[in-house]
Write a protein that binds this ligand. Structure first.
Ligand code: UDX
Ligand code: ADP
Length: 464
């Protein structure tokens, strides 16, 4: 069986970057090259100051500092890196389709197909291809089809190795994962390819935590794991609305049910709604696949998780409007946080985008502060929705580098991300800068509501 010494990863994003940086750190004998078509992104990964790498993750800069230039390389020369590698990871984006059949539901596999064709074109030696991106079930088949029909005589094995890291804790999750999942063919060659990848991970992960399955189980498990996690959030968020109508408190309900060991305490935090690049996309995939097999009830069941999440975001925005005497027109609303969760600069599907969109429809002015998200990203996120002109978005939203300035003259503050630093602000000082009555809408239940009320704030949380 061959021992892997040269790995290439196509795609230097939130998955490819951290995953391969950790592989390089843990396997100094393997040369790892991460390639991307995006020159600016590669330049940022190669920035002499590791604090400027394009993905913010606690601990990641240190990992890159240790391995970069030793056995970790970032490059735009995709062809050369593929040609030299024995194992190629595909970590390109697979967004939800925005056109044609499956629009708004199915995954756009354009980038995956391009990768497969590129690998087919430049390979002169046998390779193991590893799907790292989140893909709908049976994508490996398409990749395999392209690779097996090159006519070059080069042999490929396609494995599925879904990523379970969560952003904000990526390095920790990669260093000690609950499990690693590898799917491959039942054939002898397939089993050999699986073994080669198991050996890479076994450099730092106990073998009993490395699960192997067939390709389809592996691909489906990724979608199902995310669907189950997202379902817990939608379930608790549904109950949060009920709590607001009764005397119940969602934090108490979460604690009470989470201590049942069969339920468990994780992913029961009520919020303004889940975001991120995976949950919505993966559930939509699951729904799309189910529907395409004619499984209407199965599709409807999972779709409800998304419907509930959309409702939670909208409800949060409308609640702000309602408590500001049914109009926010011309009023300033400060947003604390724009990222979809703390400790990341990723904003994909962040609840903040949808809440802002709703409030902009009501003609509010939004003043955003986020410790890690760049200004242009915020405008880009709103433009992507295509709700209004680029100019209207820029007129309606200002971005600040200082939280106190963002809150200056505001009628209300909305907390959209649970950044730790928000808890330690000088809230007395913020109160003094705001219009009265000063309102806070804590979409993450992270602030000390009692202390804020003592200062004079009117506080609304989620389900409390
Ligand atoms: C998720 C999966 O956790 C990970 O295993 C998979 O590989 C990718 O998708 P990620 O999207 O990075 O990871 O973050 P996650 O921690 O799952 O949070 C997703 C969203 O749910 C965030 O917006 C978060 O704020 C929200 N959330 C999470 C809640 O609202 N309540 C909770 O209790 C937990
Ligand atoms: P993820 O969260 O899945 O990592 P990202 O969008 O952060 O998604 O990263 C995907 C990366 O893949 C992007 O930087 C994009 O430029 C890159 N990419 C997409 N298609 C190709 C391709 N054919 N060759 C090289 N890089 C690609």
């Amino acid at each position: 069986m061959r021992k892997i010494t040269n790995i290439c990863c196509i795609g230097a994003g939130y998955v490819g970057g951290p995953t391969m940086a950790v592989v390089a750190k843990q396997c100094p004998d393997i040369k790892v090259t991460i390639v991307d078509l995006n020159e600016a992104r590669i330049a940022a990964w190669n920035d002499p100051d590791v604090n400027n790498i394009p993905v913010y993750e606690p601990g990641l800069s240190e990992v890159v500092a240790e391995a970069r230039g030793r056995n970790l390389f970032f490059s735009t020369d995709v062809d050369q890196a593929i040609a030299e590698a024995e194992m190629v990871f595909i970590s390109v984006n697979t967004p939800t389709k925005t056109y044609g059949s499956g629009k708004g539901m199915g995954a756009d596999l354009k980038w995956i197909e391009l990768c497969a064709r590129q690998i087919a074109r430049v390979s002169t030696s046998d390779k193991i291809i590893v799907e790292k991106s989140t893909l709908p079930v049976r994508t490996a088949e398409a990749v395999r089809d392209i690779l097996h029909n090159t006519g070059s005589g080069v042999k490929f094995q396609v494995l599925s190795n879904p990523e379970f890291l969560a952003e904000g804790t990526a390095v920790e999750d990669l260093l000690s994962p609950d499990r690693v999942l590898i799917g491959g063919d039942d054939s002898e060659e397939g089993q050999e390819a699986i073994a080669a990848l198991v050996d890479v991970y076994a450099n730092w992960i106990p073998r009993e935590r490395i699960l192997t399955t067939n390709v389809w189980s592996s691909e489906l498990s990724k979608l199902v794991a995310n669907a189950f996690l997202a379902q817990r959030i939608s379930s608790i968020n549904a109950i949060s609305e009920l709590c607001e109508k009764t005397e119940a408190n969602i934090n108490e309900v979460s604690r009470a049910i989470g201590t049942d060991s069969r339920i468990g305490p994780k992913f029961l935090k009520a919020s303004v709604g889940f975001g991120g690049s995976c949950f919505q996309k993966d559930i939509l995939n699951l729904v799309y696949i189910s529907r395409s097999f004619g499984l209407q009830e199965v599709a409807d069941y999972w779709e409800q998780v998304i419907i509930m999440n959309n409702h939670q975001r909208k409800r949060f925005a409308l609640n702000i409007v309602k408590s500001l005497y049914n109009t926010v027109s011309g009023k300033k609303i400060a947003f604390l946080g724009w990222a979809f969760k703390k400790d990341t600069n990723d904003t994909r599907e962040s609840a903040a985008i949808y809440v802002a969109d709703e409030l902009l429809n009501e003609q509010a002015f939004i003043q955003v502060y986020d410790p890690k998200v760049q200004t242009e990203q915020i405008y880009h996120d709103l433009e992507y929705l295509e709700t209004r002109s680029v100019e209207s978005n820029r007129n309606g939203v200002s971005v600040y580098q200082d939280p106190y300035e963002a809150c200056d003259g505001a009628h209300a503050i909305a907390v959209l991300t649970e950044w730790d630093e928000f808890k330690n602000y000088d809230w007395q000082k913020i109160y003094a800068k705001m219009l009265k009555p000063a309102k806070i809408f804590d979409g993450r239940n992270v602030l000390d509501h009692k202390a804020l009320r003592e200062i004079g704030f009117q506080v609304n949380g989620i389900g409390v």
